[in-house]
Design a protein around this ligand. Structure first.
Ligand SMILES: [Zn+2]
Length: 239
């Protein structure tokens, strides 16, 4: 582990330090403890069973989000935009998503979002968060099981979509890896029947974008809402 870290580019080490500091400040590391037991064993599908499985493709979401990743993102975004703060002071947050892709280039293809790494918060976060070279390097590290599969940011109270800037940013990410995803969360939209997220990709024509189907793996929107509500109650009482 130590040796691998030594080989990382300097900018990436700085990024990891920043992520660590934000996670610590927001208590996001505690989410790990809650979900440690829930790490799913991957049911591998053999090549022979693909045809049969493909028949059920309608019921499969293109994006599967680990609840741990979702809750970290929701809590990061709610920390900087919630009903306890005047709306004029709400700011966006931004972070990276790591995960894996399964059954790539088959009808069963699914992107698994395994973790969220908070990177920054403030006005106009929709800019390149990291030097392009680093992304190229990380995207090419396909031998590791998990790699950077996209980025996430928040739209407090103005719904998940890609703005003009978001579109430009994501188009660049997709030139590094064309399966890369852009996840947008509106933390004020989170409700018992709504995760408040949208996952997007730029169309092949590079002029339009589309939304991908997604679900939080094994956690209902009610349960997510409940957990987030508890976090917010504690937070508002503390502040
Ligand atoms: Zn945006």
């Amino acid at each position: 582990m130590g040796k691998e870290e030594d080989n990382l580019p300097e900018e990436y080490k700085i990024l990891l330090k920043k992520v660590e500091a934000i996670e610590k400040a927001l208590g996001l590391h505690k989410i790990d403890e809650i979900f440690e037991d829930q790490v799913e064993s991957s049911e591998d599908i053999s090549v022979e069973s693909i045809t049969e499985e493909a028949l059920q493709i309608q019921t499969r979401s293109e994006i599967m989000i680990n609840p741990k990743a979702y809750l970290k993102l929701a809590k990061h975004s709610l920390t900087y935009a919630n009903k306890g703060i005047p709306k004029s002071e709400w700011v966006e947050i931004i972070g990276l998503l790591t995960g894996k892709i399964r059954h790539e280039d088959t009808p069963l293809e699914q992107v698994y979002v395994e973790d969220y790494w908070p990177v920054d918060q403030g006005d106009a976060v929709s800019v390149e968060i990291v030097d392009q070279r680093i992304f190229t390097e990380i995207f090419n590290k396909k031998d590791n099981e998990h790699f950077i599969i996209g980025w996430a940011h928040s739209h407090p109270s103005y719904t998940p979509f890609l703005s003009g800037d978001d579109f430009q940013t994501h188009r660049r990410y997709q030139t590094f890896w064309n399966k890369s995803i852009a996840l947008v969360i509106d933390p004020l939209m989170i409700a018992p029947d709504n995760y408040g997220v949208g996952v997007f990709r730029i169309h092949r024509d590079r002029k339009n974008y589309y939304e991908l189907s997604c679900e939080i793996k094994g956690m209902s929107s009610e349960a997510c809402f409940e957990s987030i509500n508890m976090f917010m109650k504690n937070k508002l009482n503390k502040d």
